[in-house]
Design a protein around this ligand. Structure first.
Ligand SMILES: *[C@@H]1O[C@H](CO)[C@@H](O)[C@H](O)[C@H]1NC(C)=O
Length: 233
């Protein structure tokens, strides 16, 4: 029995930490392409990205509504999430695909949001930009950590960074060197990268997306690190 225990401990001990690969699911809801294998090649921690392309999302959204596209993708998303993932990635209007998953109790973990843009639908109040952001933030506040990437353009600052900050739900944006944090949401980080809304599809930003994912897991796996200086992220 003792020998067995020692062996079990030994096996446990020699198992390299890197053997446990973290998995992310990138939901592509009519978003421009991101070269995920390229992004993965810059990973410092051990993680991989699987992409779920919702091919009908764009046409349904254009022909009918965001909600119609969301309803249509429900089954595919539910099926994808029967596998275990450590984080979800959503871009642009994909943020409200993620909030729908949170509302349906299909997700409550870490998120990477690349230039999130809210869209009114059944679970997100319409009536203007501010209300859409507020409604989106009310759902996002229930999960985390959240790593947000945006472009450096004025539109990105206005539609994403200000949109989040003006809800005041996460308090003031605390500007750091490259990593901004939120006064009331310690598990949230925000970084801006060269470009407009299309920054995430620019291959030169692939290492930046990788660093954002590394930082997300840094915060997710060690909550005590949430307040670490940005230089350590
Ligand atoms: C959307 O509308 C176009 C043009 O009418 C049509 O060709 C296409 O099949 C429609 N797609 C869906 C998913 O409704």
């Amino acid at each position: 029995m003792k020998g067995f225990l020692c062996m079990a401990l030994l096996l446990f001990h020699v198992q390299p930490a890197s053997a446990q690969q973290l998995r992310l699911l990138a939901i592509n809801a009519a978003n421009s392409e991101v070269d995920w294998p390229l992004v993965e090649s810059f990973a410092k921690k051990s993680w991989s990205v699987q992409e779920l392309k919702l091919d009908r999302f764009g046409p349904l959204m254009r022909n009918f509504s965001f909600q119609a596209a969301l309803d249509d993708s429900e089954e595919l998303l539910q099926k994808a999430l029967t596998e275990k993932f450590d984080a979800l990635i959503a871009s642009s209007k994909g943020v409200n695909v993620v909030t729908s998953l949170i509302q349906r109790h299909l997700w409550d973990g870490p998120l990477v949001l690349l230039s999130p843009i809210p869209n009114a639908c059944d679970h997100i109040r319409g009536g203007g930009w501010e209300e859409e952001w507020r409604s989106t933030m009310e759902v996002l506040m229930n999960v985390g950590p959240v790593a947000i990437g945006t472009g450096t353009s004025q539109d990105e600052a206005l539609f994403v960074v200000d949109g989040i900050a003006e809800t005041e739900l996460c308090g003031k944006l605390i500007k750091g060197g490259s990593t901004h944090r939120f006064e009331k949401c310690p598990g949230w980080i925000l970084r801006s990268f060269q470009g407009d809304h299309g920054w995430k599809s620019d291959w030169t930003n692939a290492p930046h997306i990788a660093r954002l994912i590394d930082s997300l897991f840094h915060v997710a796996l060690a909550p005590a690190n949430a307040q670490a200086p940005s230089s350590e992220l």
